[in-house]
Design a protein around this ligand. Structure first.
Ligand code: GLY
Length: 347
């Protein structure tokens, strides 16, 4: 078992290793979570797989444990789901001295974290990610929120968890498409920060533990410098501005990870053709394909452009593009929208 300290305005640990689920209550007590009640929020699929195990682990550490499951899937990451959770918290008389536990993938983490941010103006919560994507990205760093019909993550709050518990046994058991989805974010870390890690991934020389540890360390380092996403943290959006457009254009039939994989390739192609870098797209596409991820954009540029320019990362008449300078380093390139349009359509 390894621990990584996440240095934010309210520092906490990410615990990564085997048998973490069955010891979740002990880790929570050790980290100083002295609550009486622990309220587990999950989706129906994850709750049926791991709910009982986690509930027992919390009860054996002296917590009175409750569970609530919402229907799985991004389409349930809504204000309506949050409202149901909030009402159930009221009914169970959860107070600020209690703790919520987000058990699941990115949707459970985001929606439970959002409820923790706003219920009674803020209660503590623990993240227990059960997908690779949630383990390496969404469970760390305190971004919480829900979607609106107009777009993803349009409502939310920064609210750091008190603890992240990542069980690598759970990640090893993931079905391959779910694992591949997380690998898109993992490759992203290599691309933006760590050339050696990128080539280890390409050579398949990294264990699941090392994949999570290295990714979380990179994310922790970036979040420490820019918790509230005003500068450096935008690097984590590499592949995401294009990727969100791809995801939307696919009518959400492509997963987030698949869309980010395509988005990173579009960004690399754009960067190469506009002279920001050279020789990046080929190794990037090769490593993504080797993990079963798509690399070709099947959509019209106009469709992507329209989706992108409605993206929340756009500031005024400029768009913040995250472009690779080389393997292992990315840059934030603020570009006037008109110039971006010209260059993007010329690709
Ligand atoms: N998922 C990107 C971030 O946490 O900033």
């Amino acid at each position: 078992m390894k621990k990584i300290r996440i240095e934010t305005s309210r520092p906490y640990d990410a615990v990564i290793g085997e048998n973490v689920l069955e010891n979740a209550g002990t880790y929570m007590r050790e980290s100083g979570i002295s609550a009486q009640k622990a309220f587990i929020v999950s989706d129906d699929t994850v709750l049926s797989l791991y709910g009982l195990k986690v509930k027992k682990a919390l009860e054996s550490a002296g917590y009175k444990a409750y569970t609530l499951a919402f229907e799985h899937g991004e389409k349930h990451k809504t204000l309506a789901t949050a409202e149901k959770i909030l009402s159930t918290l009221c009914a169970a008389e959860i107070t600020r001295g209690d703790v919520l536990v987000a058990l699941g993938g990115g949707v459970a983490g985001d929606v439970c974290g959002f409820c923790a941010a706003i219920y009674l103006r803020g209660v503590p919560f623990v993240q227990i990610p059960t997908t690779l994507l949630a383990a390496v990205d969404s469970s760390v760093g305190g971004k919480t929120g829900v979607d609106l019909p107009q777009g993803k993550n349009l409502v939310g709050a920064f609210h750091q968890p008190s603890l992240v518990l990542c069980d690598t046994d759970v990640l090893r058991d993931l079905p391959s498409p779910l694992y591949a989805e997380g690998m898109a974010e993992v490759v992203k870390y290599g691309m933006i920060r760590d050339e050696a890690f990128f080539y280890k991934l390409a050579a398949r020389e990294v264990s699941v533990e090392d994949i999570v540890l290295t990714s979380v360390k990179i994310k922790a380092d970036i979040v420490k410098n820019d918790e509230f996403d005003r500068g450096e943290r935008m690097l984590l959006n590499f592949g995401h501005t294009f990727g969100h457009a791809v995801e939307k254009a696919s009518g959400f039939t492509l997963s987030h990870g698949e869309s980010v994989a395509i988005g990173m390739c579009i960004a690399a192609d754009y960067a190469e053709k506009t002279g920001v870098c050279a020789g990046v797209l080929k190794p990037l596409a090769e490593v993504l394909s080797s993990y079963g991820l798509p690399t070709e954009n099947p959509f019209e540029k106009a469709e992507l452009f329209n989706a992108m320019t409605g993206d929340k990362k756009r500031f005024g008449d400029d768009i913040n593009l995250i472009l690779p300078a080389k393997i292992g380093r990315a840059e934030i390139v603020k570009t006037p929208l008109e110039i971006f349009r010209e260059r993007f359509f010329a690709l």
